[in-house]
Design a protein around this ligand. Structure first.
Ligand code: BGC
Length: 812
């Protein structure tokens, strides 16, 4: 298929530049680093929220709609009879020039039409609860231009779920106030809410609208709002129905002249006894203060410079120079950026996740923080405490929690038996990065109940115990509702399409369903736990858990090996899953990944055979599929996994998240060529070059799933942005391929590279030190021969930590 291009990387500015607005799918970006967030597409679609995309939605969005990506922050420019938008949508008036630059927490969209350039910079200033939209209008023609400018935002009535469904109430509750150039949204503020939002512009306005029907017209659309088409605002005041915010400004520009307008979408909270300044009139003190901080171009430019400086610092922590642009740009820019985004949002809000359904995942967030911990360790620390606070006293955990309340989510509950292990994974990564063992002494409650606090270390211990207290007939871990694969539901036998596979556990009594994925995960995290205990001088505990790890290894070797690969599971009745004996889905990727990472049976050739089988049965042009052959029919005893058509999602899709597990297995086995080949297949910059149209979703980040070899359209991507793939790609490339691995006492250096790798340098800030590490591979795939630290030889592969600047040379 001819692959049309829609954009390109601009590494110098750390941007992806989109040059055609009609991308194969909206290509989005995220604004905001803490508290206030926005999603923005390449045509300015998307929405904003404060902390929680479900409970504090500020602007409204229509998901999965026709046309796609409907609603956003729109500027309409009426120049004579022509009405156009800088981002092309929603009017879709053909532009003379269009460009969208997605950068690090900002987006700049520029359009030109009939001699006028309109450029909008969107970002959320650090530590502020607002989105800035700096619009610059420039007259590039030789005549004076008289333009009519309309802004547009649509308010969401806070709870994004009820906003979508409870119209019988909503159509009567909407309330606004207008003061000067600011439109305030105060729905439900009269009762229990202590927050409101506003939309402001730093210029006098000549009109406004706050009622959608009046502005748009009941039978018109965002593409042709009546007020704009007629060039006349209505000065409407919303009472119920659907409140919006639109400013109207008349702009005259002489030839060559340009003007800036700073629009601010803000969010304010007031103390209960300070909510009103007069009966029914909201207290605007904080809004005025926020506006005053950002009411000039100079102030906005300064705030933008601060945001860019933050990213300079963040991206200076780990920087590689290999000479391969495609690798360097992913490692130095986009992979790290995506890790920040997944850390912030878990799986809540994207163009595939509505923000209404899921909050923060227990397992997801623990994995996400491994991709992020080097960037802002204190935030990772807080996250670990938040996650652990949703654990139950028996070591099980809420599968998800809500970011605003930090409370476990009762809709889904617990019972996913891999969850506890991930707490070890996240915590160990945090301590290795920071050397901060004090986190283990933090007092952390169960299920957020005050009075139940025990130390975080105790939480880790009961996490491990939860696995060994829940073993099945083969002494392998019971799977519970599911393990990492949410769709392998071995205790849910369902013929009712209205039942959720995840929360229905109708046959758990007497279950024999066991997971080899959890077995491998337990061995990996168990070894980490044992090492941690030894480090803490808890030798009895280390010995106790070492025994459990050894027993698990023995159980896998005895009952978890199928001859050429590791089994995937035993079902409710104790029958094999992921075995040559099965008709379909004979081999699964998850257990190959985790058991090879755990190096189970390496001495007997099991690891090498498993990795070879991945190449033989799972690998295809676009990556490794999850299982092979795909399920061709629904299997009542297996659950959701077999509900998908062949090649999609958990039924033989390329679930990018788990490819890195096998890649790490390859690196531990020293197979650098194979590791690299697998890695490059799902590395966005390689995909970008080859498959922009086919791949469909954003070419600068990983997506959760790429259609597998059995699918109708292999190579087509879905569910971009919010996926554990980001953290795993980072962990894999930074620690296992490039081989720079934080450890308790320093940095372990152990690369695993393709034979073709050239010399490369990594600049790594680590605690209070800065290392410049140059690796000379000399054609080796693995094996460090010698290391010097500041010119002196080092024993072994760990460079001992000491503050200050250091130069390291590594010969392989
Ligand atoms: C979930 C993960 C899960 C994966 C595989 C994702 O959508 O967020 O928690 O491990 O699917 O089922």
């Amino acid at each position: 298929m001819e692959q049309k291009r829609y954009g390109h990387f601009d590494d110098q500015h750390r941007e992806y530049v989109i040059t055609d607005p009609q991308t194969p799918w909206p290509w989005i970006n995220y604004l905001g680093n803490e508290d206030f967030f926005s999603l923005i597409s390449n045509t300015a679609g998307g929405y904003s929220f404060y902390k929680d995309a479900k409970f504090r939605r500020i602007t409204r969005y229509r998901y999965n709609n026709v046309p796609m990506d409907n609603g956003g922050r729109y500027f309409y420019i009426k120049d004579g009879e022509t009405v156009w938008n800088p981002g092309w949508k929603p009017c879709k008036t053909p532009l003379d020039f269009y460009e969208c630059r997605h950068g690090m927490s900002y987006t700049r969209i520029t359009g030109k039409k009939n001699g006028v350039e309109a450029s909008v910079l969107f970002f959320v200033p650090l530590k502020k609860w607002c989105e800035v939209q700096k619009l610059t209008l420039k007259n590039e023609s030789s005549e004076t231009k008289s333009l009519k400018l309309f802004s547009f935002e649509e308010w969401c009535l806070w709870n994004a779920a009820t906003d979508m469904e409870n119209f019988q109430r909503n159509f009567s509750t909407g309330e606004v106030e207008i003061e000067g150039s600011t439109i305030y949204h105060k729905t439900e503020y009269r009762e229990r809410r202590n927050h409101y939002a506003f939309y402001h512009v730093n210029a006098p306005i000549q009109g406004f609208d706050t009622d959608r029907e009046t502005f748009v017209g009941l039978y018109n659309a965002f593409a042709d709002p009546q007020a704009v088409m007629e060039g006349k605002p209505r000065n409407s005041h919303a009472h119920g129905w659907s409140p919006i915010a639109s400013h109207y400004i008349e702009v005259t520009l002489k030839p060559g002249e340009s003007k800036d307008f700073v629009f601010l979408l803000g969010y304010i909270e007031n103390e209960q006894d300070e909510k009103f300044e007069a009966p029914q009139v909201i207290n605007k003190k904080k809004a005025h203060a926020l506006i005053a901080e950002l009411d000039t171009t100079e102030k906005v430019d300064k705030a933008f410079a601060e945001l860019c400086a933050l990213w300079d610092n963040l991206l200076n922590i780990y920087k590689v120079k290999t000479g391969n642009d495609k690798l360097d740009r992913m490692v130095n820019i986009w992979n790290q950026y995506q890790c920040m985004v997944t850390f912030n949002f878990s799986r809540s809000a994207s163009f595939f996740e509505s923000g209404v359904g899921r909050g923060m995942g227990f397992r997801d967030s623990n994995q996400d923080l491994v991709g992020f911990v080097h960037q802002i360790p204190p935030r990772a620390r807080q996250r670990i405490i938040d996650i652990a606070s949703t654990q139950f006293p028996d070591g099980g955990c809420y599968h998800q929690y809500q970011p605003l309340t930090k409370r476990g989510n009762n809709d889904i509950g617990g019972g996913f038996n891999d969850d506890p292990c991930w707490l070890i994974f996240g915590t160990v990564a945090y301590i290795k990065e920071t050397g901060d063992f004090s986190i283990l002494d933090e007092m952390v409650p169960f299920d957020n109940q005050p009075g139940t606090e025990v130390t975080l270390f105790e939480h880790l211990k009961i996490s491990m115990n939860h696995v060994i207290e829940n073993l099945g007939p083969h002494l392998l871990p019971l799977i519970g509702r599911a393990d990492w694969n949410d769709c392998l539901n071995l205790n849910c036998f369902s013929w009712d399409p209205n039942e959720s596979f995840q929360t229905t556990e109708n046959v758990s009594e007497g279950t024999k369903a066991e997971s080899l994925m959890i077995a491998g995960l337990f061995v990996v995290t168990g070894k980490d736990y044992v090492a941690l205990c030894k480090k803490l001088g808890k030798n009895d505990e280390a010995a106790r858990m070492q025994q459990a790890v050894d027993a698990m290894i023995a159980a896998v070797k005895k009952d978890g090996w199928d001859g050429e690969w590791y089994l995937r599971a035993y079902d409710f009745y104790g029958r094999k899953i992921g075995s040559n004996e099965n008709d379909e889905a004979k081999i699964f990727i998850e257990s190959q990944g985790w058991c090879t990472m755990a190096e189970i049976g390496a001495e007997d050739g099991m690891v090498a055979k498993s990795l070879d089988s991945c190449k033989k049965y799972l690998e295809c042009e676009h990556g490794m599929v999850l299982n092979n052959p795909a399920f061709s029919k629904y299997i009542y005893e297996y659950g959701e996994i077999s509900s998908y058509p062949e090649g999609y999602k958990e039924n033989a899709g390329i679930f990018c998240h788990n490819n890195p597990w096998v890649i790490i297995g390859e690196t531990l086995a020293g197979r650098g060529n194979d590791a690299w080949a697998h890695y490059a297949k799902i590395l966005p910059s390689y995909v970008e070059e080859k498959y922009q149209t086919l791949h469909k979703v954003e070419p600068y980040v990983n997506c959760q799933m790429v259609a597998g070899k059995d699918a109708f359209k292999p190579g087509e991507g879905k569910n971009s942005w919010l996926t554990g793939t980001a953290a795993w790609m980072w962990y894999t490339v930074s620690e296992f391929i490039l081989g720079i691995k934080p450890d308790y006492d320093g940095i372990r250096i152990d690369p695993c590279l393709p034979e073709t790798a050239n010399d490369y340098t990594v600049n790594r800030k680590f605690r209070d030190a800065e290392y410049e590490i140059t690796i000379h591979p000399n054609g080796a795939q693995k094996g460090v021969k010698s290391i010097t630290l500041d010119g002196k030889p080092v024993e072994g592969t760990v460079i001992p930590y000491s503050a200050g600047k250091h130069v390291v040379e590594v010969t392989m």
